[in-house]
Ligand binder design. Structure first.
Ligand code: SF4
Length: 305
C-alpha cells in the first residue's frame, strides 16, 4: 500500500468514528478539530512504522486486542494460591504475533503506548511491569510448540527531532525511525532476531532492540535480550509476585507504601489525586524502593529465590 492510500483509510476511520457519536469531544470545537488533525498525523506516522515492522519480519499478526476473559479469545488466567484459593486475571493485550521457525512457533506480545516506554527488569521484579510477561506466559503455556520470542512496546508518539540545518531528509527520517523502534525484551537467538528484522545484516536493528556484531552474533551489551531459560525464570518469578499480591489483597493489607524508583527518581505520589486523603508523609511512612540493578544480577537473584 502507498502512503496516500494508508492516509485515506486512516482519515475515513477517524471520520467514521466522529460521525458515529455526535457527543464525541474530538468533534466538539475548533480546538478539538485541530487536535484531531494532529492525531491523524500521529496515527499515519506511527502506522508507517508499524507496517514496516511487519513487512520486514517473518512475524504475522495473529490477534489484535486479544481478550483474556470467559467466552473471549483466551480464558482468564487462573493462578492457584497455596491455601486453595484461586486468582482469576482478566484483561486485554494489544497484539500477538507469530512466526513459524524450524523448531517451533515463536510468539511475541506487542503493546502500543502513547508515551516512551521500555521494560525495566527492576520494575518487573517489583511487580510493576508484569502485564506483558504474564500474557506471554499464559499464551505459551497452553501450547507446547509455542516459544516465547519477545515482549515489546511500540511507542505511538509524535517524535521531535533535534536537528541542525545541515541534516538531510534521510538523516531526519533515520532519527524518526529510531524513535519508533520497538522497545522491550527479545529472545537471545540470532535466528529469531533475523525473523523479527529481515533487513538486518549487522549493526543496530531499526525495528527491535537488537545489535549484530561483525561476526553476526547478538551483542549482549547493545541488545535487550534474555535467553529461553531466563524467560522461564522471569515467568515463574511473576507467578510468585502475583501470588504475593493476591495474598496481600485477601489479607486486607493496604499499607501506605508507594514505590520509589531510585533510577528514575520517580514515585506515583508526584501525580496522585489521592494525596490529600492518604496523608502519605515521607518523614513518617516509608517508600517501597525499587533499586537500580543490572540485568544479570536481577536474574541471578530471582533464580535463587
Ligand atoms: S499519594 Fe498516597 S495514594 Fe497516592 S500514590 Fe502516594 S501513597 Fe499512594
Amino acid at each position: 500500500m502507498q502512503e496516500e492510500e494508508i492516509s485515506e483509510i486512516i482519515k475515513n476511520i477517524i471520520n467514521e468514528k466522529l460521525t458515529q457519536n455526535r457527543n464525541y469531544i474530538l468533534g466538539a470545537t475548533k480546538k478539538y478539530q485541530i487536535l484531531t488533525k494532529r492525531l491523524e498525523k500521529l496515527i499515519l506516522q506511527a502506522m508507517k512504522y508499524i507496517i514496516a515492522s511487519i513487512t520486514n519480519s517473518d512475524f504475522e499478526i495473529v490477534g489484535n486486542e486479544v481478550e483474556f476473559r470467559n467466552q473471549k479469545d483466551y480464558p482468564p488466567i487462573m493462578i492457584d494460591l497455596d491455601d486453595g484459593k484461586k486468582v482469576e486475571i482478566t484483561g486485554k493485550i494489544d497484539r500477538i504475533d507469530l512466526a513459524k521457525g524450524k523448531d517451533g512457533n515463536y510468539i511475541r506480545i506487542i503493546d502500543y503506548k502513547s508515551s516512551l516506554k521500555n521494560i525495566d527488569l527492576n520494575e518487573v521484579v517489583a511487580g510493576l511491569q508484569i502485564q506483558l510477561l504474564t500474557y506471554l506466559d499464559a499464551v505459551t503455556e497452553k501450547q507446547e510448540d509455542l516459544i516465547p520470542a519477545g515482549v515489546l512496546y511500540f511507542n505511538v508518539i509524535d517524535p521531535i527531532i533535534k536537528a541542525d540545518k545541515n541534516k538531510t531528509d534521510e538523516e531526519i527520517e533515520g532519527e524518526i525511525k529510531k524513535q519508533f523502534k520497538m522497545q522491550g525484551l527479545i529472545l537471545a537467538d540470532v535466528n529469531v532476531v533475523r525473523m523479527m528484522d529481515k533487513t538486518l545484516e549487522k549493526g543496530a536493528s531499526d525495528l527491535i532492540p537488537a545489535y549484530l556484531d561483525q561476526n553476526q552474533n547478538i551483542s549482549e551489551a547493545r541488545s535487550s535480550m534474555v535467553t529461553k531459560e531466563e524467560f522461564k525464570t522471569l515467568q515463574s518469578h511473576i507467578n510468585k509476585v502475583i501470588k504475593e499480591i493476591a495474598k496481600e489483597i485477601y489479607s486486607g493489607e493496604i499499607e501506605i507504601k508507594p514505590y520509589y524508583n531510585q533510577k528514575k527518581k520517580k514515585t506515583p505520589c508526584d501525580y496522585c489525586e489521592y494525596k490529600s486523603i492518604c496523608n502519605f508523609d515521607p518523614n513518617c511512612n516509608s517508600y517501597y524502593y525499587i533499586p537500580n540493578k543490572e540485568k544479570q544480577q536481577i536474574l541471578e537473584e530471582i533464580k535463587n529465590r
